[in-house]
Design a protein around this ligand. Structure first.
Ligand SMILES: Cc1ncc(COP(=O)(O)O)c(C=O)c1O
Length: 375
């Protein structure tokens, strides 16, 4: 089997723990257990038997997850080891070699790579900067064929931070309904809105919608490795059967902590702390980009832990990001990792002091490049 390199994850795996300032993270400064749990909860955690637990997720956890999706109950939910496993299982279970998958791009390129390794044809439809990172729905419509089995979106989107409008969601559902295809929605950034309402889910809009999400991003708990799939019961049952072959179950400690994190009061506390981090750092970033006059342009993210500015310099994004990392030990993601040169993806979820210090270290290198390359 030919497995293409997942460039973003590979690059992050190599460098994220070796640099002084990692600004490639798309989530938010992670919680410690101490910050999250009270004494009784901590004692309960310590007394847990380290068994497998219920392999599709405990009833309490699946109930807590199902509360986030209208019209669902615990049997609509499969808990997975991170959303990455949810994405893997979904593509593996619901599609066949030779099928076509229409994928929103830019995107977290995991689905792209998995599907291609299984012999599924990917057809992109684009979020466009000139549409304020809105989707080109005409392009989506034109991509649908008799071989199409799934339309996959990432909403809120990684890397642009864009959120689909209600009309766009309705139109995607309408096109999927007409063609009788699945809508697969990676909603891992739902809950990390910088302002305004929580992003609506595709669940409940269409009976062939499946959502993926987890606790790694909006909830700042990536170390729990907690993700899930929510969808029609028969499809979730099928995904559970696939999961018997992948990781069997998630860690029982994570299952316990995740159940607590999703209780309404703690969930609200977590999400509002995280939104504050994002808002504060976006303001810092906008001020910093502003210093460079018109060199950068940014459509501010509506949700999620990253900003995706474009720059106007004749230097390739990988070259630029590498130079910054080598000279200043500040790690930012090159647009190339998303197939989009002349963009940078900057994580805005870290602690403010760390974020500010990382950005100011970049200044010297940038000044030097500006003299050399400004176009
Ligand atoms: C859109 C998207 N989906 C899934 C994942 C994987 O997340 P997890 O840590 O839950 O496996 C990521 C990670 O960056 C992501 O950006």
């Amino acid at each position: 089997m030919k497995i293409e390199t997942f460039e973003l994850e590979r690059t992050q795996s190599l460098w994220e723990n070796r640099v002084k300032y990692n600004l490639t993270e798309s989530g938010i400064h992670p919680y410690s257990l101490e910050e999250l749990l009270d004494r009784d909860e901590m004692e309960k955690l310590l007394s847990l038997r380290l068994g497998y637990g219920q392999t599709n997720g405990s009833e309490e956890l699946r109930e807590a997850i199902s509360r986030l999706y209208p019209g669902t109950d615990l049997d609509n939910v499969l808990v997975t080891s991170g959303s990455a496993e949810a994405n893997f299982i979904a593509i593996w279970t619901y599609l066949n070699p030779g099928d076509e998958l229409i994928l929103m791009v830019p995107n977290y390129m995991q689905i792209w790579g998995i599907a291609r390794s299984f012999g599924i044809t990917i057809k992109p439809f684009h979020l466009k900067e000139e549409l304020n990172w809105g989707p080109d729905l005409e392009e989506l419509k034109n991509q649908i064929s008799s071989r199409t089995k799934m339309i996959a979106v990432c909403n809120p989107n990684n890397p642009t931070g864009a959120v689909l409008s209600e009309e766009a969601m309705k139109e995607i559902v309408h096109l999927a309904e007409e063609a009788d295809v699945l809508v697969y929605s990676d909603e891992i950034y739902r809950g990390a809105e910088l302002a305004g309402e929580e992003t609506p889910t595709f669940l409940g809009m269409y009976d062939k919608a499946i959502a993926c999400a987890g606790l790694s991003k909006a909830y700042a708990l990536p170390g729990l490795r907690m993700g899930w799939l929510v969808g029609p019961k028969k499809m979730i049952e099928k995904a559970w059967a696939s999961r018997d072959y992948t990781s069997i179950s998630s860690g029982i400690l994570s299952n316990y902590v995740a159940t607590l994190a999703l209780q309404p009061e703690l969930r609200e506390k977590i999400l509002s702390r995280n939104r504050r981090f994002l808002r504060e750092n976006l303001a810092v970033l906008e001020e910093w980009l502003g210093k460079y006059n018109n060199l950068f342009s940014l459509i501010p993210p509506q949700a999620g832990g990253v900003a995706f500015p474009r720059y106007d310099m004749e230097i390739n994004s990988t070259e630029l990001a590498t130079k910054i990392m080598q000279e200043k030990s500040v790690f930012i993601a090159a647009g190339d990792l998303f197939g989009m040169d002349h963009y940078l993806r900057i994580g805005i979820g870290s602690e403010k002091d760390y974020f500010t210090a990382g950005l100011s270290l970049i200044d010297e290198t940038l000044q030097e490049i500006i003299h050399k390359y400004s176009g």
